[in-house]
Unconditional design. Structure first.
Length: 245
């Protein structure tokens, strides 16, 4: 269904509702007030839907500007700002376009967050939902996005900057996505190995002087018993001699 057909259907629905209210004998002022409210609500919803689609294409432009291979050096907070924009776009619909996932994964890799990069890039490369051909039951949001996308593709002059960004991101997705995923996973593995190697070695001397390997300590060795006083020893000998005399 085209945008014009959808608009025509909504207008017909409003006219039918107004006619039914008139047949029911509702005053004309009430019908007019009701129609005005419905019209403004409809326009607000329509503008919100159009803005959501526009946000997706604006994200493509921002992401492509950061990811292009040029000599421009970006501040970390600039990349983070585009990532936040992408996350917000991703939450606009239950089935975001795969190109959004790729752009976010590439941005996360550029920012050094390889765990998030691998997650998004794996969705594009390894998940069947990362293929546009598998989307046979689109949400209304995805359907509106595709309608605008096809209109731009048919007439690139309508939005040349947007079309250039889409083509650049699609080319990078086709030629570099797999290598980028492997790179992020390698970085994750290398970081895990470094974390294990950085653990402090447990030395035997850290356990104390009485914990030498191969030597078992007995209670008496750890706490030696003091010998009895010499006077007690002499007294015992004297008493024993008297008994034997």
């Amino acid at each position: 269904m085209t945008k014009g057909q959808e608009t025509a259907q909504r207008l017909i629905a409003i006219v039918v509702i107004m006619a039914m209210l008139g047949v029911m004998g509702i005053p004309l002022t009430v019908i007019f007030f009701f129609s005005t409210v419905v019209y403004f609500v409809w326009r607000a919803v329509q503008r919100s839907e159009q803005q959501d689609v526009k946000n997706i294409f604006d994200f493509y432009i921002s992401a492509n500007e950061v990811l292009r291979d040029d000599e421009k050096r970006w501040y970390g907070f600039e990349i983070s700002s585009v990532v936040v924009e992408g996350e917000r776009v991703q939450a606009l619909m239950p089935d975001p376009p795969p190109l959004v996932y790729f752009a976010l994964g590439a941005l996360y890799q550029r920012a050094g967050d390889h765990e998030a990069a691998a997650e998004h890039l794996a969705y594009v490369i390894e998940d069947e939902r990362g293929d546009e051909g598998a989307r046979v039951q689109p949400s209304p949001e995805l359907r509106r996005y595709v309608e605008v996308l096809r209109r731009i593709e048919r007439d690139p002059v309508e939005a040349p900057q947007t079309m250039a960004a889409i083509r650049s991101l699609e080319r990078a997705r086709r030629t570099r996505a797999a290598a980028m995923l492997d790179e992020s996973r390698e970085k994750i593995r290398a970081r895990a190995v470094e974390s294990v190697a950085a653990l402090p070695a447990q030395d035997a001397t850290d356990k104390g002087p009485h914990s030498l390997p191969g030597k078992r300590q007995t209670p008496n060795a750890a706490n030696p018993t003091m010998p009895p006083p010499i006077s007690d020893v002499l007294r015992d000998l004297y008493e024993e001699e008297k008994k034997t005399a």
